[in-house]
Design a protein. Structure first.
Length: 392
Protein backbone atom coordinates (compact mmCIF):
# COMPACT_ATOMS: atom_id res chain seq x y z
CA UNK A 1 0.00 0.00 0.00
CA UNK A 2 1.25 3.46 -0.88
CA UNK A 3 2.22 6.05 1.70
CA UNK A 4 -1.07 7.46 3.04
CA UNK A 5 0.23 10.04 5.46
CA UNK A 6 -1.35 12.71 3.29
CA UNK A 7 -4.73 11.56 4.61
CA UNK A 8 -3.81 13.29 7.88
CA UNK A 9 -3.79 16.66 6.13
CA UNK A 10 -6.41 19.14 7.42
CA UNK A 11 -8.17 19.11 4.03
CA UNK A 12 -9.87 15.86 5.05
CA UNK A 13 -12.50 14.84 7.54
CA UNK A 14 -12.59 11.44 9.29
CA UNK A 15 -15.13 10.15 6.75
CA UNK A 16 -12.69 10.88 3.91
CA UNK A 17 -9.89 8.99 5.62
CA UNK A 18 -12.16 6.02 6.27
CA UNK A 19 -13.39 6.08 2.67
CA UNK A 20 -9.89 6.01 1.19
CA UNK A 21 -8.77 3.14 3.41
CA UNK A 22 -11.94 1.14 2.79
CA UNK A 23 -11.63 1.51 -0.97
CA UNK A 24 -7.94 0.63 -0.92
CA UNK A 25 -8.70 -2.63 0.86
CA UNK A 26 -11.58 -3.39 -1.52
CA UNK A 27 -9.51 -2.58 -4.61
CA UNK A 28 -6.62 -4.78 -3.47
CA UNK A 29 -9.04 -7.69 -3.27
CA UNK A 30 -11.18 -7.07 -6.35
CA UNK A 31 -9.15 -5.19 -8.98
CA UNK A 32 -6.39 -6.36 -11.28
CA UNK A 33 -4.16 -4.03 -13.25
CA UNK A 34 -4.44 -6.13 -16.41
CA UNK A 35 -7.99 -6.06 -17.80
CA UNK A 36 -7.51 -8.45 -20.72
CA UNK A 37 -8.08 -8.00 -24.44
CA UNK A 38 -11.84 -7.28 -24.43
CA UNK A 39 -11.82 -3.73 -23.06
CA UNK A 40 -15.54 -3.16 -23.67
CA UNK A 41 -16.51 -6.20 -21.64
CA UNK A 42 -14.02 -5.30 -18.90
CA UNK A 43 -15.36 -1.77 -18.67
CA UNK A 44 -18.98 -2.93 -18.50
CA UNK A 45 -18.02 -5.41 -15.78
CA UNK A 46 -16.16 -2.74 -13.80
CA UNK A 47 -19.14 -0.38 -13.92
CA UNK A 48 -21.39 -3.12 -12.56
CA UNK A 49 -18.81 -4.04 -9.93
CA UNK A 50 -18.27 -0.46 -8.78
CA UNK A 51 -22.01 0.08 -8.66
CA UNK A 52 -22.74 -3.08 -6.70
CA UNK A 53 -20.05 -2.18 -4.15
CA UNK A 54 -21.55 1.29 -3.67
CA UNK A 55 -18.61 3.33 -4.96
CA UNK A 56 -20.56 4.90 -7.82
CA UNK A 57 -22.92 6.52 -5.30
CA UNK A 58 -20.18 9.13 -4.89
CA UNK A 59 -20.34 10.01 -8.60
CA UNK A 60 -23.91 11.39 -8.57
CA UNK A 61 -25.71 14.00 -6.49
CA UNK A 62 -28.90 13.36 -4.53
CA UNK A 63 -29.58 10.82 -1.80
CA UNK A 64 -33.05 10.16 -3.19
CA UNK A 65 -31.45 9.42 -6.56
CA UNK A 66 -28.88 6.90 -5.38
CA UNK A 67 -26.15 9.37 -4.44
CA UNK A 68 -24.20 9.20 -1.21
CA UNK A 69 -25.11 12.84 -0.47
CA UNK A 70 -27.14 15.66 -1.96
CA UNK A 71 -24.06 17.37 -3.40
CA UNK A 72 -21.01 15.78 -4.98
CA UNK A 73 -18.16 15.69 -2.46
CA UNK A 74 -15.13 16.72 -4.49
CA UNK A 75 -12.63 15.46 -1.93
CA UNK A 76 -14.31 12.06 -1.86
CA UNK A 77 -14.33 11.84 -5.66
CA UNK A 78 -10.64 12.76 -5.76
CA UNK A 79 -9.71 10.18 -3.13
CA UNK A 80 -11.71 7.54 -4.98
CA UNK A 81 -10.05 8.33 -8.30
CA UNK A 82 -6.56 8.43 -6.80
CA UNK A 83 -7.06 5.07 -5.09
CA UNK A 84 -8.65 3.39 -8.11
CA UNK A 85 -5.96 4.73 -10.45
CA UNK A 86 -3.24 3.31 -8.23
CA UNK A 87 -4.79 -0.14 -8.59
CA UNK A 88 -6.33 -0.09 -12.08
CA UNK A 89 -6.41 2.61 -14.73
CA UNK A 90 -9.52 1.15 -16.34
CA UNK A 91 -11.37 1.07 -13.00
CA UNK A 92 -10.58 4.76 -12.53
CA UNK A 93 -11.81 5.42 -16.07
CA UNK A 94 -15.06 3.54 -15.43
CA UNK A 95 -15.73 5.47 -12.23
CA UNK A 96 -14.80 8.86 -13.69
CA UNK A 97 -16.98 8.51 -16.76
CA UNK A 98 -20.04 7.63 -14.70
CA UNK A 99 -19.57 10.94 -12.90
CA UNK A 100 -18.64 13.08 -15.89
CA UNK A 101 -21.21 11.47 -18.17
CA UNK A 102 -24.06 12.11 -15.75
CA UNK A 103 -22.70 15.33 -14.21
CA UNK A 104 -24.76 17.64 -16.38
CA UNK A 105 -27.91 15.75 -15.34
CA UNK A 106 -26.99 16.17 -11.67
CA UNK A 107 -26.44 19.90 -12.25
CA UNK A 108 -29.28 20.84 -14.59
CA UNK A 109 -31.60 17.90 -15.11
CA UNK A 110 -35.32 18.03 -14.46
CA UNK A 111 -36.68 15.82 -11.71
CA UNK A 112 -37.87 13.38 -14.37
CA UNK A 113 -34.46 13.31 -16.08
CA UNK A 114 -32.66 12.77 -12.79
CA UNK A 115 -35.04 10.01 -11.73
CA UNK A 116 -34.66 8.29 -15.12
CA UNK A 117 -30.87 8.14 -15.18
CA UNK A 118 -29.08 8.94 -11.91
CA UNK A 119 -30.19 5.90 -9.86
CA UNK A 120 -29.16 3.62 -12.73
CA UNK A 121 -25.77 5.35 -13.01
CA UNK A 122 -25.18 5.05 -9.26
CA UNK A 123 -26.11 1.36 -9.30
CA UNK A 124 -23.87 0.60 -12.29
CA UNK A 125 -26.90 -0.39 -14.35
CA UNK A 126 -26.53 2.36 -16.98
CA UNK A 127 -23.29 3.54 -18.57
CA UNK A 128 -22.92 7.29 -19.17
CA UNK A 129 -20.96 9.33 -21.74
CA UNK A 130 -20.11 13.02 -22.15
CA UNK A 131 -20.11 14.05 -25.82
CA UNK A 132 -18.50 17.46 -26.21
CA UNK A 133 -15.39 17.26 -28.43
CA UNK A 134 -15.54 17.38 -32.22
CA UNK A 135 -12.96 16.93 -34.99
CA UNK A 136 -12.46 20.72 -35.14
CA UNK A 137 -13.58 21.66 -31.63
CA UNK A 138 -11.53 20.16 -28.83
CA UNK A 139 -9.75 22.76 -26.74
CA UNK A 140 -11.88 25.48 -28.37
CA UNK A 141 -15.26 24.15 -27.27
CA UNK A 142 -17.13 27.23 -28.46
CA UNK A 143 -16.18 26.32 -32.05
CA UNK A 144 -18.31 23.16 -32.14
CA UNK A 145 -20.52 22.71 -35.19
CA UNK A 146 -22.79 19.75 -34.40
CA UNK A 147 -26.21 21.33 -34.93
CA UNK A 148 -29.56 20.97 -33.16
CA UNK A 149 -32.54 22.60 -34.85
CA UNK A 150 -35.88 22.93 -33.10
CA UNK A 151 -38.68 21.16 -34.93
CA UNK A 152 -42.06 20.97 -33.23
CA UNK A 153 -41.73 19.20 -29.91
CA UNK A 154 -38.25 17.90 -30.75
CA UNK A 155 -34.74 18.84 -31.78
CA UNK A 156 -33.04 17.33 -34.81
CA UNK A 157 -29.30 16.72 -34.42
CA UNK A 158 -26.80 16.62 -37.28
CA UNK A 159 -23.04 16.40 -37.02
CA UNK A 160 -20.22 14.50 -35.36
CA UNK A 161 -18.51 14.07 -32.02
CA UNK A 162 -15.15 12.43 -31.51
CA UNK A 163 -12.82 11.20 -28.76
CA UNK A 164 -15.93 10.26 -26.81
CA UNK A 165 -15.13 8.06 -23.83
CA UNK A 166 -17.52 5.12 -23.41
CA UNK A 167 -18.47 5.60 -27.05
CA UNK A 168 -19.95 2.34 -28.25
CA UNK A 169 -20.84 0.96 -24.82
CA UNK A 170 -22.78 3.83 -23.19
CA UNK A 171 -26.53 3.59 -22.62
CA UNK A 172 -26.92 7.36 -22.97
CA UNK A 173 -24.85 10.34 -24.09
CA UNK A 174 -25.02 13.94 -22.91
CA UNK A 175 -24.51 15.70 -26.24
CA UNK A 176 -23.69 19.38 -26.72
CA UNK A 177 -24.88 20.90 -30.00
CA UNK A 178 -25.26 24.32 -31.57
CA UNK A 179 -28.90 25.34 -31.25
CA UNK A 180 -28.38 28.85 -32.59
CA UNK A 181 -29.90 31.13 -29.95
CA UNK A 182 -26.82 33.39 -30.24
CA UNK A 183 -23.38 33.27 -31.86
CA UNK A 184 -20.43 31.48 -30.28
CA UNK A 185 -20.68 29.90 -26.87
CA UNK A 186 -24.09 31.41 -26.18
CA UNK A 187 -25.86 29.31 -28.79
CA UNK A 188 -25.15 25.80 -27.53
CA UNK A 189 -27.62 23.45 -25.82
CA UNK A 190 -27.25 20.05 -24.14
CA UNK A 191 -29.34 16.94 -24.81
CA UNK A 192 -29.67 13.42 -23.44
CA UNK A 193 -29.44 11.02 -26.39
CA UNK A 194 -30.10 7.36 -25.71
CA UNK A 195 -28.12 4.65 -27.48
CA UNK A 196 -30.16 3.22 -30.33
CA UNK A 197 -31.96 6.49 -31.13
CA UNK A 198 -32.68 6.52 -34.90
CA UNK A 199 -30.19 8.72 -36.73
CA UNK A 200 -27.48 8.22 -34.11
CA UNK A 201 -24.74 5.67 -34.65
CA UNK A 202 -21.15 4.87 -33.79
CA UNK A 203 -19.17 5.94 -36.85
CA UNK A 204 -15.79 4.65 -35.70
CA UNK A 205 -14.16 2.96 -32.73
CA UNK A 206 -10.86 4.62 -31.85
CA UNK A 207 -7.91 2.56 -30.60
CA UNK A 208 -5.55 4.41 -28.27
CA UNK A 209 -2.29 3.55 -26.50
CA UNK A 210 -3.98 2.87 -23.16
CA UNK A 211 -7.07 0.88 -24.22
CA UNK A 212 -10.34 2.54 -23.25
CA UNK A 213 -13.74 2.46 -24.97
CA UNK A 214 -13.53 5.46 -27.31
CA UNK A 215 -15.48 6.39 -30.43
CA UNK A 216 -16.51 8.90 -33.04
CA UNK A 217 -20.27 9.53 -33.05
CA UNK A 218 -22.40 10.59 -36.00
CA UNK A 219 -25.84 12.21 -35.94
CA UNK A 220 -27.91 12.27 -39.12
CA UNK A 221 -31.40 13.69 -38.81
CA UNK A 222 -31.44 12.36 -35.25
CA UNK A 223 -34.71 13.38 -33.61
CA UNK A 224 -34.56 13.95 -29.85
CA UNK A 225 -37.64 14.98 -27.81
CA UNK A 226 -37.44 18.50 -26.42
CA UNK A 227 -38.03 16.96 -23.00
CA UNK A 228 -34.49 15.53 -23.26
CA UNK A 229 -32.85 18.94 -23.47
CA UNK A 230 -30.80 19.64 -20.36
CA UNK A 231 -31.26 23.09 -18.87
CA UNK A 232 -32.27 26.18 -20.80
CA UNK A 233 -31.78 26.54 -24.54
CA UNK A 234 -28.47 28.23 -25.32
CA UNK A 235 -27.02 27.48 -21.89
CA UNK A 236 -25.18 24.31 -22.87
CA UNK A 237 -21.70 25.81 -22.94
CA UNK A 238 -22.05 27.07 -19.37
CA UNK A 239 -23.36 23.66 -18.33
CA UNK A 240 -20.41 21.90 -19.98
CA UNK A 241 -17.96 24.17 -18.17
CA UNK A 242 -19.74 23.68 -14.85
CA UNK A 243 -19.61 19.92 -15.34
CA UNK A 244 -15.90 20.00 -16.17
CA UNK A 245 -15.25 22.23 -13.15
CA UNK A 246 -16.73 19.54 -10.89
CA UNK A 247 -14.50 16.79 -12.24
CA UNK A 248 -11.33 18.55 -13.49
CA UNK A 249 -9.68 18.40 -10.08
CA UNK A 250 -10.33 14.66 -10.01
CA UNK A 251 -8.19 14.25 -13.15
CA UNK A 252 -5.31 15.56 -11.07
CA UNK A 253 -6.18 13.00 -8.40
CA UNK A 254 -6.08 10.16 -10.93
CA UNK A 255 -2.64 11.35 -12.04
CA UNK A 256 -1.55 11.25 -8.40
CA UNK A 257 -2.72 7.64 -8.18
CA UNK A 258 -0.65 6.69 -11.23
CA UNK A 259 2.37 8.56 -9.86
CA UNK A 260 2.15 7.00 -6.40
CA UNK A 261 1.98 3.53 -7.92
CA UNK A 262 5.03 4.37 -10.05
CA UNK A 263 6.97 5.49 -6.99
CA UNK A 264 6.02 2.29 -5.16
CA UNK A 265 7.26 0.25 -8.11
CA UNK A 266 10.46 2.29 -8.32
CA UNK A 267 11.19 1.85 -4.62
CA UNK A 268 10.62 -1.89 -4.84
CA UNK A 269 12.94 -2.18 -7.83
CA UNK A 270 15.62 0.10 -6.36
CA UNK A 271 15.80 -1.78 -3.07
CA UNK A 272 15.87 -5.27 -4.56
CA UNK A 273 17.89 -4.93 -7.79
CA UNK A 274 21.47 -6.15 -7.15
CA UNK A 275 24.05 -3.79 -8.62
CA UNK A 276 27.82 -3.27 -8.14
CA UNK A 277 27.95 -5.28 -4.94
CA UNK A 278 24.92 -3.58 -3.42
CA UNK A 279 21.49 -2.61 -4.69
CA UNK A 280 20.33 0.07 -7.09
CA UNK A 281 19.08 2.24 -4.20
CA UNK A 282 22.64 2.60 -2.86
CA UNK A 283 23.60 4.86 -5.75
CA UNK A 284 23.31 8.59 -5.09
CA UNK A 285 21.91 9.10 -8.58
CA UNK A 286 19.06 6.74 -7.71
CA UNK A 287 18.44 8.47 -4.39
CA UNK A 288 18.30 11.85 -6.13
CA UNK A 289 15.76 10.53 -8.62
CA UNK A 290 13.60 9.00 -5.88
CA UNK A 291 13.69 12.22 -3.88
CA UNK A 292 12.57 14.27 -6.88
CA UNK A 293 9.75 11.81 -7.59
CA UNK A 294 8.46 12.09 -4.02
CA UNK A 295 8.73 15.89 -4.06
CA UNK A 296 6.81 16.12 -7.34
CA UNK A 297 4.00 13.92 -6.03
CA UNK A 298 3.59 15.71 -2.70
CA UNK A 299 3.63 19.16 -4.33
CA UNK A 300 0.92 18.14 -6.78
CA UNK A 301 -1.10 16.48 -4.03
CA UNK A 302 -1.16 19.70 -2.02
CA UNK A 303 -2.48 21.62 -5.03
CA UNK A 304 -5.02 18.91 -5.82
CA UNK A 305 -6.55 18.58 -2.38
CA UNK A 306 -6.46 22.34 -1.80
CA UNK A 307 -8.61 22.75 -4.91
CA UNK A 308 -10.93 19.92 -3.86
CA UNK A 309 -11.32 21.37 -0.36
CA UNK A 310 -12.00 24.86 -1.70
CA UNK A 311 -14.67 23.59 -4.06
CA UNK A 312 -16.36 21.75 -1.20
CA UNK A 313 -16.46 25.07 0.66
CA UNK A 314 -18.45 26.53 -2.23
CA UNK A 315 -15.62 28.63 -3.62
CA UNK A 316 -14.75 29.21 -7.27
CA UNK A 317 -11.77 27.02 -8.14
CA UNK A 318 -11.19 27.75 -11.82
CA UNK A 319 -7.57 28.78 -11.25
CA UNK A 320 -6.88 26.26 -8.48
CA UNK A 321 -8.30 23.33 -10.46
CA UNK A 322 -6.24 24.31 -13.51
CA UNK A 323 -3.09 24.51 -11.39
CA UNK A 324 -3.82 21.12 -9.84
CA UNK A 325 -4.46 19.40 -13.17
CA UNK A 326 -1.41 20.95 -14.79
CA UNK A 327 0.97 20.14 -11.94
CA UNK A 328 -0.35 16.64 -11.27
CA UNK A 329 -0.52 15.39 -14.85
CA UNK A 330 2.79 16.87 -15.98
CA UNK A 331 4.43 15.76 -12.74
CA UNK A 332 3.04 12.24 -12.98
CA UNK A 333 4.47 11.93 -16.49
CA UNK A 334 7.91 12.81 -15.10
CA UNK A 335 7.56 10.43 -12.14
CA UNK A 336 6.44 7.52 -14.30
CA UNK A 337 9.20 8.15 -16.83
CA UNK A 338 11.73 8.04 -13.98
CA UNK A 339 10.22 4.78 -12.73
CA UNK A 340 10.55 3.21 -16.17
CA UNK A 341 14.19 4.33 -16.26
CA UNK A 342 14.89 2.75 -12.88
CA UNK A 343 13.34 -0.51 -14.06
CA UNK A 344 15.69 -0.50 -17.04
CA UNK A 345 14.94 -2.99 -19.81
CA UNK A 346 12.12 -4.56 -17.85
CA UNK A 347 10.43 -1.16 -17.71
CA UNK A 348 9.47 -1.32 -21.37
CA UNK A 349 8.21 -4.90 -21.36
CA UNK A 350 4.53 -4.97 -22.27
CA UNK A 351 2.32 -5.59 -19.26
CA UNK A 352 4.83 -4.62 -16.58
CA UNK A 353 3.24 -2.13 -14.17
CA UNK A 354 5.47 0.84 -15.03
CA UNK A 355 5.04 0.24 -18.77
CA UNK A 356 1.27 0.19 -18.32
CA UNK A 357 1.42 3.40 -16.28
CA UNK A 358 3.52 5.03 -18.99
CA UNK A 359 0.70 4.48 -21.46
CA UNK A 360 -2.05 5.40 -19.01
CA UNK A 361 -0.68 8.79 -17.97
CA UNK A 362 -0.18 10.28 -21.42
CA UNK A 363 -3.84 10.98 -22.16
CA UNK A 364 -4.40 12.81 -18.86
CA UNK A 365 -2.21 15.66 -20.09
CA UNK A 366 -4.70 16.19 -22.93
CA UNK A 367 -8.28 15.37 -21.93
CA UNK A 368 -10.54 17.71 -19.95
CA UNK A 369 -8.27 20.54 -21.01
CA UNK A 370 -4.76 20.03 -22.35
CA UNK A 371 -1.82 21.33 -20.32
CA UNK A 372 -1.48 24.33 -22.61
CA UNK A 373 -5.14 25.21 -22.02
CA UNK A 374 -4.59 25.01 -18.25
CA UNK A 375 -1.74 27.50 -18.61
CA UNK A 376 -4.04 29.86 -20.49
CA UNK A 377 -6.71 29.50 -17.80
CA UNK A 378 -4.25 30.25 -15.00
CA UNK A 379 -2.86 33.30 -16.80
CA UNK A 380 -6.34 34.56 -17.69
CA UNK A 381 -7.44 34.35 -14.06
CA UNK A 382 -4.31 36.13 -12.85
CA UNK A 383 -4.78 38.93 -15.38
CA UNK A 384 -8.48 39.23 -14.61
CA UNK A 385 -7.71 39.77 -10.93
CA UNK A 386 -5.03 42.37 -11.68
CA UNK A 387 -7.28 44.27 -14.08
CA UNK A 388 -10.11 44.24 -11.55
CA UNK A 389 -7.81 45.98 -9.07
CA UNK A 390 -6.52 48.42 -11.69
CA UNK A 391 -9.98 49.38 -12.95
CA UNK A 392 -11.02 52.92 -11.91
Amino acid sequence: MADTRYLDWPFFEPRHRALARELDAWAAQHLAGDHGADVDAACRALVRQLGAAGWLRHAVAGRALGGISDAIDTRAVCLLRETLARHSGLADFAFAMQGLGSGAISLAGTEAQKARWLPAVAAGEAIAAFALSEPDAGSDVAALSCAARAEGDAYVLDGEKTWISNGGIADFYVVFARSGEAPGARGISAFIVEAGTPGFHIAERIEVMAPHPLARLKFENCRVPASQRLGAAGEGFKLAMRTLDVFRTSVAAAALGFARRALDEALTRATTRPLFGGVLADLQLTQSKLAQMALTIESAALLTYRAAWQRDQGRNVTREAAMAKLAATEGAQQVIDAAVQLWGGLGVVSGVAVERLYREIRALRIYEGASEVQQLIIARELLREVRAVQAP
